[in-house]
Design a binder for this molecule. Structure first.
Ligand code: T1G
Length: 697
């Protein structure tokens, strides 16, 4: 059954695409569209054509899955040019999103009408690509080079009104019946005839536009491959005739499509959509209603979580048994709103309306009607068990009891209640109102309903929820220990903190591990280590971080940590005193210091991550290797264009990773570098983590 059909409405042909979920331009859709266009254009009774989509959206782009396959004709650029070449006027009728190849098809049309709720954009840069079906040549002709560049370099869609104001669309239709309105518009265009976008000139361009854009991407798109090629394409659109511009665009598009960065970004796209697929939890799983969310603990995390829940529309009750703490939390929430107003994210009126849904108190009984309680108190097991014991007494049956613990045993916390099936871990990342990731920790008893409800909550908060199993540090923080461990050892063996940070930053991490430690607070990690009884009996283990914490050098919050910070500045400056302290400690531990190469820093820190990730996957704590990638990309600043640690490992080859890990075992000992069983197994078989995911899911 072809996903594209052609119907005649009087003298207007209506071409409808019906290919759920998002009418992506798969091979079947392209074939159907090309033949319908040719048939309609050849039909003497047809005096105008409308292209429209069924379902929830207009075409959301090329079918991204097909980029990993050999290209099949008809190719999209040919379809777009064929539409533009029609003798009869062609109108695109847009609802939902017209994205990427979808907007290119619409710009191949002679006119575009849209519902007011529609959004239009060229998000290819987010996939490491560029608009490869004449988008870089057509958009500048419709909206000018500057706006075209901004849209393509940000990849963010614009609303229909902005598109109308810019000349990207010709009309916003207010009726619900888009088809009728488009057919009307098309009839009206018959006399006007086709308006070929390809023949439009690109409006005059400010000379310095492209230099300014290049300077901008050097800062904002550090190390990315496609932004420069997008700028080049738009530059050429102002210099070359349409056909020559498209030829150049095609070559640059192919370079992007075949780049490892695009493979990494496409992997991340699908990985973030795969997290919602949990065996045993589906459409049929009961989801509980959540209207009132109680947040327990008004510290930085508690206030950020409360703010996120308020903005998502929930009634929020913030509780803290310390009056000053509660007032501080309340003030933090107000500060976050003021920040939102200052950035134009929310209006004063909306803020006042939203904050109406916040209530404060110091007594547990006020939580009796909460549908969900999120506990965000000190990371201490005894305190958490006491809190959950009390919650068990006051909360109504069916309430979900969640802990924002970042490391502790969720089953042990649940055991402090008589309803472990209603207990779950919801591990937010700091700052909670910004970080998109939530680790959803399922305990042994946690019910499917509670997991399904938590997944829905994370989507309502505009975040990505990844379901993981229960162990110390869950997935993210457990792997962080390996990454941080190697950083600590490298400091003692001879690599200055600024060298390690620069190498990993240049490699793509959002920030080096030592700068991250200072940002998060060295006291936080120190307290967590003090709580642990299972740490290696090794004087070198996190030795430098412990010494700094014991000196009260907690990082940015004390102006001194691994680095020093000027008053009010977040700019880290190396501290010779720290270097002297580290070198003295190396001598005391009998460590001979040496020059350390860039490769060794990357391999020990990143392969440490990968090996621990493989162990976690082997134990089933993570369902998919791609889930681990989503956690590290969205929670720990791992470069998205490398696809996450497990995808990156596949690009290096698990055999190579395994060999290096074995080498490190010889050099640094099996205590830290015993290869994970799954890594060995996959390497021996010549398989990848993505093979593992395919087989496992
Ligand atoms: N190709 C293939 N599958 C797609 C897809 C696409 N373009 N877009 C979405 N899906 C799948 C997705 O994996 C999920 O599947 C389901 O649809 C619902 O998606 C030549 C080179 C449209 C805003 O980058 O941004 O055109 O998990 O969960 O939250 O120049 O999807 O259910 O199995 O995200 O409502 C450019 C990508 C392509 C847009 C809807 N286009 N899509 O969001 O649903 S490159 C894009 C989105 C291109 C040309 C170039 C969003 C959405 P499953 P969803 P949503």
């Amino acid at each position: 059954m072809t996903p594209v059909r052609l119907d005649l409405r009087d003298n207007v042909a209506l071409i409808s695409i019906d290919s759920p979920p998002v009418n992506a331009l798969s091979h079947a859709v392209r074939e159907g569209l090309m033949s319908c266009i040719e048939n309609a254009d050849a039909d003497p009774d047809v005096q105008a054509i409308v292209i429209i989509c069924d379902g929830r959206t207009f075409i959301a782009g090329a079918d991204i899955r097909e980029f990993a396959m050999p290209p099949q004709a008809p190719h999209l650029p040919d379809i777009v040019d064929r539409i533009d070449a029609c003798e009869t006027p062609v109108v695109a009728a847009i609802h939902g999103t017209a994205l990427g190849g979808g907007l290119e098809v619409a710009m191949g049309c002679h006119y575009r009408v849209a519902l007011a709720s529609a959004k239009l954009g060229l998000p290819e840069v987010k996939l490491g690509l560029l608009p490869g079906a004449s988008g870089t040549q057509r958009l500048p002709r419709l909206v000018g080079a500057e706006m075209a560049l901004n849209m393509m370099l940000s990849g963010n869609p614009i609303p229909a009104q902005a598109a109308l104001d810019a000349g990207l669309i010709d009309k916003i239709v207010t009726t619900d019946d888009l088809a009728d309105a488009a057919l009307d518009f098309a009839s009206g265009a018959i006399d006007k005839g086709p308006r070929h976008v390809r023949d439009l000139p690109v409006a005059d361009v400010a000379e310095e536009l492209f230099d300014k854009s290049r300077a901008n991407i050097a800062k904002k798109a550090r190390g990315l491959f496609s932004p420069e090629r997008i700028i080049r394409c738009v530059e050429l659109s102002t210099q070359l005739p349409y056909a020559k511009g498209c030829k150049a665009e095609r070559e640059l598009f192919m370079e992007c499509k075949d780049s490892p960065q695009s493979a990494g970004l496409r992997h991340a796209f699908f990985a973030e959509r795969a997290v919602k697929k949990i065996p045993g939890i589906g459409e049929e799983t009961q989801v509980r209603d959540i209207e009132k969310v109680a947040v327990l603990g008004a510290g930085t995390m508690g206030a950020g979580i409360a703010y996120s829940c308020l903005n998502a529309g929930y009634n929020v009750h913030l509780l803290d048994n310390n009056k000053e703490g509660l007032e501080r939390g309340h003030a933090t929430i107000h500060k976050l709103f003021e920040g939102g107003i200052a950035r134009g994210k929310i209006s004063k009126e909306k803020m006042l309306e939203t904050i109406e849904r916040l209530t404060l108190s110091e007594i547990y009984d006020d939580l009796s009607d909460a549908d969900l309680v999120i506990e965000a108190v000190f990371e201490n097991m005894a305190i958490k068990k006491e809190v959950f014991g009390k919650l068990d007494q006051v909360c109504k049956q069916g309430a979900i009891l969640a802990s924002n613990t970042s490391t502790l045993d969720v089953d042990e916390i649940a055991a402090a209640t008589k309803r472990p099936q209603d207990v779950i871990g919801l591990h937010f990342f700091s700052p909670a109102h910004i970080m998109r990731l939530i680790e959803i920790i399922r305990g042994k008893e946690t019910s499917a309903e509670v997991i399904a409800t938590s997944l829905k909550l994370t989507r309502a908060l505009g975040k990505i929820g990844v379901v993981v199993g229960n162990c110390f540090g869950f997935v993210g923080n457990r792997m962080l220990y390996s990454y941080g461990r190697e950083n600590q050892f490298l400091l003692l063996e001879g690599a200055p903190p600024e060298q390690i940070d620069k190498v990993l930053y240049d490699w793509g991490m959002a920030m080096g591990p030592n700068a991250v430690g200072d940002l998060a607070g060295l006291d936080v990690g120190y307290k967590a280590r003090q709580e642990r009884s299972d740490l290696p009996d090794d004087p070198r283990f996190y030795r430098v971080a412990d010494m700094l914490a014991e000196l009260g050098r907690f990082g940015q919050k004390t102006g001194k940590g691994m680095y020093i910070y000027e008053e009010g500045s977040r700019q880290p400056t190396p501290d010779p005193q720290v270097q002297i302290m580290i070198e003295k400690e190396s001598r005391a531990l009998g460590i001979e210091r040496r020059d350390i190469s860039e490769t060794e820093i990357i391999e020990r820190c990143i392969y440490g991550l990968i090996n621990e990730g493989a162990r976690i996957l082997g134990e089933g704590i993570a369902l998919r290797a791609s889930d681990i990638d989503v956690i590290w990309i969205n929670g720990y600043g791992f470069p998205r264009h490398r696809g996450g640690p497990m995808h990156y490992a596949d690009t290096v080859g698990l055999k190579n990773i395994y060999k290096r890990v074995c080498k490190f075992r010889e050099e640094f000992g099996a205590e830290y570098w015993e290869p994970a069983g799954l890594l060995k197994e996959l390497a021996d078989k010549g398989n990848s983590f993505s093979d593992f995911d395919k087989d496992a899911n």
